[in-house]
Design a protein around this ligand. Sequence first.
Ligand SMILES: Cc1ncc(COP(=O)(O)O)c(C=O)c1O
Length: 382
Amino acid sequence: MITSRRSFVRFGASAATAAAMRWPLTGVSRGGIFEPFRLKQGDGFIRLNSNENAYGPSANVVDAMKSAIGSANRYPRMEYDALAEHVASFHNVKPEQVLFGCGSTEILRMAAFAFLSNRKQLIQASPTFEAIEHYARAAGSEVKSVGLTPAFAHDPDGMLAGADDSTGLVYICNPNNPTASLTPRKDLENFIVRLPASTFVVIDEAYHHYAGTSGTYASFIDRPLDDERVIVVRTFSKVYGLAGLRLGYGVGSPKLIRRMRTFATENNINAIATQAAAAALDDTGGVRESVRRNADDRQEFLNQAMARALKPIDSHANFVMMNTFHPAEEVIQHFQKNNILIGRRFPPMDTYIRISLGRPEEMKAFWQAWDLLPYPKHMMHH
Ligand SMILES: Cc1ncc(COP(=O)(O)O)c(C=O)c1O
């Protein structure tokens, strides 16, 4: 897996170099500061590979970023506290329960270093978002990966079977990346109470807004457990369209937050991100629009898939995972040749591909490329 990530990174670098040769300083010299979309499209690739928000931030958020530019020369210490209060009141918690990171990835790193060591292990699902596994290994920790259930949910019994007093941390990603699937709320509650008392729990809700609310799904921030071992992680990279600004946060008990904070980078969030985040949280209309657009795009994906007798995994996120019944690597390469980047391989789901939802014209290109796949169509499904 590490090899494939490396080769992916290498590929990314060469594409970027090629792009830089074609359009030196695109967007900076020509487009000005607030035309990042032009810059993104400049390398010729359609990006359906990182579960970003293809539409970018709302107009209110862009305005907030513009006015924040003037504070770029100052360290954002006061802004950190102001944003902590903002997020706290948004979620009805205390500011000391909120921790920011350079992306939620930094929160995951802090959790790994705060709760793991060579005597403590991490339990996670497989496949799931890999960042915490990398940081766990960097902390010297063993990692136990437990396969998802046939419904692509976390397997509470399987994870519990591996848990003992040496389990420092359990990672739960809900909705799960890369499968876009949900683990029922009740199953998670029953699982968490049965974990050893010394085991901490990260619940990664990066895709929260796309999950909707139902008996099956409820956020652990909105409906918290009375449990000091749990930290819930959110990001501004998805529904808010701010992946490039790098801002995420965790919400947990003050004690747990204090412990994790010691592993944070000093001044880890930037002056523009703080202003953008405050505007993004307040922009309920913008969020609603973002969720609605994603629902439309997801439905259209499903329609296109059904028209081809394909059955993607039921998606509760801004991406879709789908069995191609062919080696994923070959399918990924095919799309790459057609200038479309889709998700990397996700062992052990070696015949599945993950497609982040893009704009309608990008998805049209995706399906055109799909229809060019050299496999006989009856080989594409059962
Ligand atoms: C489940 C999950 N958590 C965390 C992240 C990291 O997001 P960021 O560091 O941009 O907040 C991602 C990114 O794709 C993700 O899928």
